[in-house]
Design a protein around this ligand. Structure first.
Ligand code: GLC
Length: 642
């Protein structure tokens, strides 16, 4: 259906062009595929990602090892894009350069990326292209120098190839079918190609990465010899990936393309890293364009979605997290590909920092088990979560009230949220007061409402797993612990005055009166009473608070610090939407849950987009494109269809 619509719109565009301006009839791209999207620039392979935009290839990255912006772009003559169509993983354009109509395309398959410019016109054209490649450092020159030293990064040029080496990691190799002039510096290299493109000629530029230099060079040679081979192989991959997705019937036709697109996002964000000591299973990067390693709560959300498709993929995603667990029981916040990058960012000599992230793994474990997860996985999950819960008790509950605390804003997953402003300021005023309680800490400890809902769920899941494993007394122990967390949440976090759940400071249990959608997690967890739920729903449906154009801003719109585009300070995020939607259903607010889902889905389907977050007042997609946990909207679509 989506394909038919896309093809129809392309042919309509062709007819319109001919009908309106017969004298200038430009031929339009007629690209076919199972998933065809107008204007999409992003292409991904395994570790490679890049965009076809402006005058060439930008935003290139090769995992956390190398990056470039631009990788290769046409500097002369000036280029303007006329049309761009993305089909099954490849992006195609018609461009005008120096009075000549050219076509360019970008595609990646596995760890190879190819950029092709063809000249279908009758005229010859001279082109000058240039680009660069650097060690991955988020384009921060200070970090670049340091990582270059730490990872022994070097670039070299020989026999028309430009190569980059990352010690203990990958080698990338760049080349073109028209040669390459390179200038090599420390941690970076620049390249240039000058050529004449005759009528019918093709320019091919390829990059490939592998753990061995010979393999990277072989892959580049293969891509230069047969660029169509790379394109065909990617198209086949995407086609077969789309053929395997769960089918959807019973939703409005306007959601069909979004459904397909979000599955593409979920399945093409998967990656395998060779030789990594922790990441032995393929996993999902949150977005290959911004977040190029594995995160804790992202992966739990990914596993929830993946379990609907392939329970083994979901297990693998979580098994990496279990493999990263520290001897004290902590499951770390993230697992970097590059130890060097982690050490510069977090000042630890490890692949993971000293923090954890919102403990939502248990939610994913429950879903995996419901979808037929293995007994082996179940046992492993019990052991890992049991140790993890103990860690929380020992290291995140200084007052022993069974309400856990976040001691770092990044640990909360809500990095710069308004919810933490007061706690961060308090810590900065008198750090000593808190470093006596917690060894490493960056904000006054906050017993956060969502954190404790997740802890409650984790304990319920642990009691269920223990029951299945025949561990009766452990099951009882976790039921009791869960009960203690619920009671304390109800006792301290309900703001009776305003009828809302809020975070509290651990030191005196004072309510931090910032209204955020974290409160609705009490519905998801089943902690709120029915009466409290009714009060919460009033706030949810209020246009002054959470019922914005894209609903559920991360702070209520009546807060003076609300910024509709602010990262965790007013943008809307799909994981919050998913938790709230499920919570509403749990309490019987069926109509409200549908309204909530449709309000967001309509905006997402209009792209379609699957971005990291959305401007809550305009609905504009923001942040990283093709973002993993935003595919939780698939779960909403599946629900709406039933
Ligand atoms: C940002 C978000 C965090 C998320 C990470 C990866 O840091 O604030 O919650 O886990 O990106 O997507």
């Amino acid at each position: 259906m989506a394909l038919t619509l896309a093809l129809l719109s392309i042919s309509l565009a062709a007819i319109a062009a001919i009908y309106l301006k017969p004298q200038e009839a430009i031929d339009v791209l007629t690209v076919k595929g199972k998933l065809v999207l107008e204007g999409k620039e992003e292409v991904v392979g395994n570790l490679v990602s890049a965009k076809l935009t402006g005058n060439g290839v930008t935003s290139f990255s090769f995992g956390e090892y190398f990056e470039a912006n631009p990788l290769i772009s046409i500097e002369q003559p000036t280029v303007s894009a006329k049309q761009q169509i993305w089909a099954d993983g490849a992006s195609y354009r018609k461009i005008a350069a120096g009075g000549v109509d050219l076509e360019d395309k970008l595609v990646a398959s596995g760890d190879t990326l190819v950029y092709v410019v063809t000249n279908p016109s009758e005229s010859k054209i001279g082109l000058r292209l240039s680009g660069e490649i650097q060690v991955f450092s988020w384009f921060n020159p200070d970090l670049r120098t340091k990582i270059t030293d730490l990872a022994g990064v070097r670039f070299e040029q020989s026999d028309g190839y430009l190569k980059g080496f990352y010690r203990g990691g990958y080698c990338v190799c760049l080349a073109s079918n028209r040669g390459l002039m390179a200038e090599v510096k420390s941690g970076q290299a620049a390249c240039e190609v000058e050529l004449e493109l005759d009528a019918g000629d093709t320019f091919v530029f390829a990059v490939a990465g592998a753990v061995s230099e010979q393999e990277a060079e072989r892959m580049v040679r293969a891509a230069l010899d047969n660029p169509l081979g790379v394109e065909e192989s990617r198209k086949k991959e995407v086609e077969s990936l789309l053929e395997g997705i769960p089918s959807l019937s019973g939703v409005k036709p306007e959601y069909e393309q979004l459904w397909k697109y979000m599955w593409y996002v979920m399945l093409s964000n998967r990656v395998s890293v060779e030789g990594h000591p922790v990441l032995s299973h393929p996993f999902n990067m949150p977005s290959k364009f911004v977040f190029r390693h594995q995160w804790l709560w992202d992966s739990a959300f990914h596993a929830i979605v993946l379990a609907e498709h392939d329970v083994n993929m979901a297990e693998g995603e979580l098994l990496n997290l279990f493999a990263s667990q520290k001897p004290d029981g902590r499951i770390p916040h993230e697992i970097f590909l590059s130890k060097e990058f982690c050490s510069l960012f977090w000042n630890v000599n490890d692949y993971s920092p000293w923090t954890t992230q919102p403990p939502v793994i248990a939610i994913a474990v429950k879903r995996v088990i419901e979808k037929g997860g293995s007994e082996k996985f179940l046992t492993k999950a019990f052991e890992a979560l049991d140790q993890y819960d103990k860690w929380f008790r020992s290291y995140r509950d200084a007052d022993g009230d069974q309400l856990m605390a976040y001691v770092d804003y990044l640990e909360s997953g809500w990095d710069n949220a308004v919810r933490w402003d007061e706690a961060v300021a308090r810590f900065q005023e008198s750090p000593q007061k808190y470093t006596n309680l917690y060894k490493k800490i960056r904000m006054a400890p906050v017993e956060a409402v969502d954190l404790n809902c997740f802890i409650y769920i984790q304990r319920i899941v642990l009691s269920e797993l223990a029951e299945r494993l025949g561990l009766r007394s452990r099951a009882e122990e976790y039921r009791n612990l869960a009960e203690e967390t619920t009671k304390a949440t109800r006792r301290y976090m309900w703001d009776g005055e305003r009828g809302f759940y809020c975070d509290v400071l651990e030191e005196d249990h004072r309510l931090l009166k910032v209204k955020s959608p974290a409160a609705f997690t009490t519905l998801y967890a089943g902690i709120a009473s029915q009466k409290q739920a009714e009060e919460l729903v009033k706030h949810l449906l209020s246009q002054e608070e959470f019922w914005t154009r894209f609903p559920l801003p991360t702070v209520s719109a009546d807060n003076p610090d609300y910024d509709p585009k602010g990262y965790w300070r007013g943008c809307s995020w799909i994981n919050q939407l998913w938790l709230t939607y499920k919570g509403l259903r749990r309490y019987g607010f069926e109509a409200e849950s549908r309204l909530l889902a449709e309000k967001a889905l309509k905006i997402m389907a209009s792209g379609p987009t699957c971005n990291e977050n959305y401007d809550s007042s305009s609905g504009e997609p923001l942040g990283a494109p093709d973002f993993g946990w935003s595919t939780l909207a698939l779960d909403l679509l599946a629900d709406l269809a039933t």
